[in-house]
Write a protein that binds this ligand. Structure first.
Ligand SMILES: *Cc1c(COP(=O)(O)O)cnc(C)c1O
Length: 222
């Protein structure tokens, strides 16, 4: 397992405009440092406690992404430093993030997570639910969050056509919301989709941010 080589191999496979989030969840700081010393500085975690410990211990120019759905009562721990929260799927969570952003005098970037997979277990909004949030006066009063785009996870399947269709659905959701609510926003630009097994399909379908873990750091033992 050569972490640096894995990262450069992935970067060679994707357009230069697509950003790679190296998903380091469950992996030790030593592994993250190997990636960092090879020149990579964007990492993703999905547990607040792990993320906070890693952020404290590791170089301060790392750009940390929260790639899951943070619990409301834990948002305060990541609000001081988080670059992007990928998994936001409720107005309640947006309000919490806004409150903690305000306390830290920051605008916290968030992606709305959409349900695009077949499995009913994965988190995410429908486009109707997103519209309900975006038109609400409550949402419009939140000044310490910025909706920077959308995020989704495809079904866990070998069926490439199905994965492609699901990513295409997310791309269309992005375009629709852009036209309806964000035409004048220079910040609504990200489509976070693609993981170790499907990132090539995702970049073909217009992903701007891929979240890759095991292809970089090896399989995870939980
Ligand atoms: C774990 C995780 C990833 C990375 O998964 P791999 O298959 O290891 O690349 C990407 N996105 C989310 C939301 C995750 O939880």
């Amino acid at each position: 397992m050569d972490i640096g080589k894995n990262i450069s191999a992935i970067k060679q496979n994707i357009p230069a405009s697509v950003k790679l989030v190296a998903v380091s969840k469950t992996k030790p700081n030593e592994d993250i440092l190997i990636a960092y010393n090879s020149g990579h500085n964007i990492f993703g975690e999905n547990k607040v406690q792990d993320l906070v410990q890693k952020q404290e211990a590791l170089p301060k120019d790392i750009e940390w992404h929260f790639i899951g759905h943070p619990q409301s009562n834990k948002v305060k721990f990541i609000a001081p430093f988080i670059s992007l929260i990928h998994g936001v799927d409720s107005l309640k969570l947006l309000k919490t993030i806004n409150k903690e952003g305000l306390k830290n005098n920051r605008i916290v970037n968030c992606l709305l997570q959409f349900h695009i997979a077949e499995e009913s277990t994965k988190f995410g909004l429908s486009i109707e639910e997103a519209r309900g949030i975006l038109v609400s006066g409550e949402f419009q009063s939140l000044k310490n969050i910025c909706i920077a785009g959308v995020m989704g996870m495809a079904s866990n399947t070998d069926n490439k056509d199905q994965i492609k269709n699901e990513f295409n659905v997310l791309k269309n959701i992005f375009n629709t919301l852009k036209n309806e609510y964000f035409l004048n926003s220079v910040k609504f630009v990200e489509i976070s989709m693609g993981m170790s097994n499907d990132y090539l399909i995702a970049t073909e379908e217009g992903s701007t941010l891929i979240r890759v873990g095991s292809k970089i750091f090896g399989a995870r033992n939980y």
